[in-house]
Design a protein around this ligand. Structure first.
Ligand SMILES: [Zn+2]
Length: 238
């Protein structure tokens, strides 16, 4: 999920102070996220795709770790945290480039961060009003991470692409999610309504428990790695 504290889409768009606070805190949190590595479950899902068992991966994660692990057919339902987008003209740029600009614009702040990270949130609270935000280089509009914030909606083209993939699927597997976020649950409900087998692999309960054809309550990585091994040699054509 988002590296910085959860923020409402409306608040982000309407309040300069909220954006100052968001970007100041993100300068620390984002670097930690960039260093995140794909895990065994990510790699196993990529292997299942290359074996022909996954036609489309739809993720609510915004960290791009599935792509880093080798998955190619990925829909980032909630967007990608490594990009920012202008809310006026749709100009896009890499988020680290925007961060670099803001680090340049806020030298005293960067120095303050270095001294207080990683647990300096309370100290940072006093500093937001002096933080300068980098605006769209094309139209000076508001740049926003290209992710779905709370109170925002999944862009129609992404939702439609996932729905098309769902319509062409012969089964759906929900991995490592409680499906509490509606954008994910909706697809499970649609699958159920269409009679498409629906399975879940996660440690806990899910919102879709009543709809499931199969449920495995188990740790993801060993189960997925075993699936890769078991299915090896029986690979299907893509
Ligand atoms: Zn713009």
């Amino acid at each position: 999920m988002e590296a910085a504290a959860p923020v409402q889409h409306g608040d982000f768009m309407s309040s300069y102070h909220v954006r100052q606070r968001y970007w100041a805190r993100a300068l620390i949190g984002f670097s930690a996220m960039r260093e995140a590595q794909a895990g065994g479950a990510h790699r196993a899902l990529a292997a299942l795709e290359s074996q022909g068992y996954i036609q489309q991966l739809v993720t609510q994660n915004v960290d791009r770790l599935h792509q880093r692990a080798g998955s190619r057919r990925v829909i980032d339902l909630h967007g990608r945290a490594d990009m920012v987008k202008c809310m006026v003209c749709d100009y896009q740029m890499m988020r680290h480039a925007m961060h670099a600009e803001m680090a340049r614009m806020n030298p005293s702040f960067v120095g303050l961060q270095a001294g207080h990270a990683p647990d300096g949130d309370a100290d940072l609270e006093t500093d937001f009003s002096s933080f300068r935000i980098f605006d769209c280089p094309r139209c000076s509009g508001i740049l926003k991470p290209d992710v779905v914030f709370y109170g925002d909606v999944v862009p129609a083209e992404r939702r439609l692409a996932a729905q098309v993939a769902l319509a062409e699927s012969d089964a759906v597997l929900a991995v490592g999610t409680s499906l509490m976020v509606f954008s994910g649950y909706r697809f499970c409900r649609t699958a159920h309504d269409r009679g498409i087998p629906l399975a879940s692999l996660s440690l806990g309960v899910t919102r879709a428990d009543a709809l499931l054809t199969h449920q495995w309550r188990a740790p993801l990585t060993p189960v997925l790695e075993q699936a890769v091994r078991s299915l090896k040699g029986a690979e299907r054509s893509l």
